[in-house]
Design a protein around this ligand. Structure first.
Ligand SMILES: [Zn+2]
Length: 246
């Protein structure tokens, strides 16, 4: 394959643009913010589950409290009814005795229920503060996430602007390169880990960093300036410059 030597030199500019584009793509997918966001996301799932557990526990306790409060109300109204009947007077002795007896046991029951209610209110306080604590953690995490996402978006914006610039540069270089040479470059780049064209500097291929052997050097020396030369070792396009040491 032949190509004007000036065009071959442009392959090095194309390679430089592609190398920078690959670095930018690597940077974009490996931003530290992305790992931090994923880590916070996992933590957020844990906290979400903790919140559900704490809220369920609080709801159960609240239900117990309501049940006890209803029971206290029932006992109180029963007491009030009994006391009213006592005050209204004119009860037969046996019924009077029965009522007094019931009032004593109702008072005892009320005292027990009120103790239980106090206990449950303390437990509820704990459950309330644990819900609040988890809520505060989630809010802090959300703020942290928002900050990380803003930093990620700023980095994306900066990288994307650099990519757009390099792509435009690449497009203009590509326009100067014949289709067959470009296809060869792309093939070599695909097989060469992103490097398709390398400078021959001081008799060494800058793609694989191997020095050309005597016979290879002779072949390269005798090649016409517009001949497209490839490295025998790595098959990349070797671009000859004043620094090639030929
Ligand atoms: Zn090579």
């Amino acid at each position: 394959m032949n190509a004007d030597h000036a065009v071959q030199l442009r392959l090095l500019d194309l390679q430089a643009a592609d190398t920078v584009l690959a670095q930018l793509a690597h940077r974009r997918t490996n931003l530290p913010e992305l790992a931090a966001i994923a880590e916070r996301g996992k933590h957020g799932v844990d906290l979400h589950n903790d919140a559900i557990d704490a809220e369920t526990r609080l709801a159960d306790i609240a239900e117990d409290q309501r049940r006890l409060e209803n029971e206290v109300d029932t006992v109180r109204s029963r007491q009030a009814r009994d006391e009213q009947r006592l005050q209204s007077g004119g009860l037969p002795a046996k019924e009077l005795e029965g009522l007094q007896h019931e009032l004593v046991s109702l008072k005892r029951r009320q005292a027990t229920l009120e103790d239980e209610l106090l206990e449950i209110m303390e437990v509820r306080e704990d459950a309330d503060s644990s819900v609040a604590e988890i809520g505060a953690k989630r809010a802090a995490l959300a703020a942290e996430l928002a900050e990380l996402e803003a930093a990620r978006d700023a980095a994306f914006e900066e990288i994307d602007a650099a990519v757009a610039l390099r792509r435009a540069e690449r497009d203009s270089i590509v326009a100067e390169i014949p289709a067959d040479l470009l296809a060869l470059y792309e093939r070599a780049r695909e097989h060469g880990g992103g490097v398709g064209a390398a400078m021959l500097r001081h008799r060494r291929c800058e793609g694989c960093h191997i020095e050309l052997s005597g016979s290879e050097l002779t072949a390269v020396r005798s090649a016409a300036p517009d001949a497209v030369v490839r490295c025998e070792e790595c098959r990349r396009i070797l671009v000859r410059t004043a620094e090639s040491g030929l």
